[in-house]
Design a protein around this ligand. Structure first.
Ligand code: ADP
Ligand code: ASP
Ligand code: MG
Length: 450
């Protein structure tokens, strides 16, 4: 069997959903398990309504209209929507009455995007004579802990999913992004999390392949929205893809590769609009002769935390205190650099968790925080082992006059990360891509290209 995950744009309107129906129909022999996201933009719109409800200003008219239009254009009737909109409306009214929204309520509100879309996609499949059934991921057995908005799947989910879905004779159309905790509350596994749902289902069902159908022809040498001449990449290792996802390559949720690696299942990224065109397969063994540089990625929405203190001089256990504080406040330190008297780290700019961490770090030294930054990473299996590539990275940035706020290269040498000023980010990505990823003589000398 295979898992086919369709992202927000791929189910964004009736025309796209018709394509999805054809793609699934053409693969019935592979016994697909279909995982879908909310229609594009719906999760943002739902969360916006939750915030508006706090001040009593919510209004579901536009969301209803969007869903009704898609159903009308597809010519399908989806009776389940009425009860879902009623539940959503009651929930928003509840939020407006208490004038407060908690992470648990936000997860409940956000869940409606996927809970609505699976019914529409399943109805469209049935209308095309494909037996299909909408399945809520939690009814299929996906259970998480209770860390709302960033919940972690519990291992018992795998057997439960395998048992529940094996009994289905129809094609399951499963909600991405959402699950439930032990107490039965709806949780979400992080924004953009349907990719992760797909690989969790792939692992549970021992799929032959996990297919991520999206709006680009695979993982590319850069985000094509920023770099129009970015090229698709044919194949890459789990490590390279995981690094790209962690460093900001939005095409895959950062946790997607983990279940796939554990079960050694290839992940294929494909373009819904051009199914027979280029795509990327991510697996364990790829040709060793592949290019050194695979992708230049950028990560925004981060900040740079600097701690400076002479107390670090010759002291032991200082870093342990920094890590301990970060762990207790559940803030991940992404990139890290230290000197004898300073520590710099990039962290997600999470306005809920950061203030308490920063207050604690103040006790360890002078803390400054720089929010006008972004991380740029050059990712590839041997980037750090290629002096020509390292040389090309720094000479390119120097030529562009781009100031570096921090540099980091991990022990595995699959990525060189650089923090730059936010306004320099696009220029840095474009220049690095031109120097390292295009098939120019300079790029070839640096071991790059496709
Ligand atoms: P979906 O809704 O299908 O999950 P996303 O918007 O989450 O789609 O991810 C696809 C987007 O990822 C693309 O439209 C592209 O702009 C962006 N992207 C960022 N980096 C890359 C990259 N290296 N290769 C391909 N796409 C990328
Ligand atoms: N709908 C969710 C989001 O917008 C999950 C996803 O699209 O992957 O974040
Ligand atoms: Mg996505």
């Amino acid at each position: 069997m295979i898992v086919m995950k369709f992202g927000g744009t791929s189910v964004g309107d009736a025309a796209h959903i018709r394509r999805v129906v054809e793609l699934v129909r053409a693969r019935l022999a592979d016994r697909p398990c279909v995982v879908v996201s909310a229609h594009s933009g719906v999760t943002d719109a739902l969360l916006d309504q939750a915030h508006k409800a706090v001040v009593g200003k919510h209004d579901l008219a536009a969301l209803r209209e969007r869903h009704d239009k898609i159903k009308a254009e597809l010519g399908v009737d989806v009776p389940e929507h009425e009860a879902l909109f009623q539940e959503l409306s009651d929930l928003l009214r509840g939020i407006s009455l208490v004038a407060e929204s908690t992470p648990r309520l936000l997860d409940h509100v956000a869940s409606f995007g996927e809970r609505l879309s699976v019914h529409t996609v399943a109805a469209a499949l049935r209308a095309a004579a494909v037996p299909a059934r909408a399945v809520m991921a939690y009814d299929a057995g996906l259970k998480t802990d209770s860390r709302h908005q960033r919940a972690k799947p519990l291992p018992e989910s795998f057997d439960a999913i395998a048992g529940n879905l094996a009994a289905l004779s129809e094609v399951p159309v499963v909600t991405g992004f959402i699950a439930k905790d032990d107490a039965g509350s709806i949780t979400t596994i992080g924004r953009n999390g349907s990719d992760y749902s797909a690989s969790l289902f792939g692992r549970a069902l021992k799929a032959r392949e996990i297919q991520i159908w999206t709006d680009v022809p695979g993982v590319m040498t850069a985000d094509p929205r920023l770099v129009p001449d970015a090229l698709p990449i044919e194949c890459m290792t789990y490590d390279e893809a995981a690094e790209i996802a962690f460093c900001g390559g939005k095409v895959l949720h950062p946790a997607t590769l983990q279940p796939a690696v554990e079960a050694d299942i290839p992940v294929r990224v494909l373009d819904t609009r051009n199914p027979t065109g280029p795509n990327t397969v991510i697996c364990r063994d790829v040709p060793p002769s592949r290019p050194v540089v695979r992708t230049v990625v950028q990560k925004r929405g981060i900040c740079l935390v600097n701690i400076v203190t002479p107390r670090m001089l010759g002291a032991h256990g200082y870093m342990a205190k920094v890590f301990d504080a970060a762990a207790r406040h559940e803030v991940a330190l992404d990139m890290l650099a230290t000197t004898e008297i300073s520590v710099s780290a990039t962290v997600e700019d999470d306005r809920r968790r950061l203030p308490a961490l920063l207050a604690e770090l103040q006790q360890l030294g002078d803390v400054t925080i720089d929010r006008q930054v972004a991380a740029v990473a050059v990712v590839g299996h041997a980037v750090g082992e290629s002096p020509a590539t390292i040389g090309a990275i720094f000479s390119t940035l120097a030529r562009e006059g781009i100031a570096l706020r921090m540099i980091s290269m991990g022990a595995r040498r699959t990525n060189v990360g650089i923090v730059v000023g936010e306004t320099d980010t696009a220029r840095a990505v474009k220049a690095l891509h031109a120097a390292l990823c295009r098939e120019t003589p300079a790029a070839k000398a640096a071991g790059a290209g496709r």
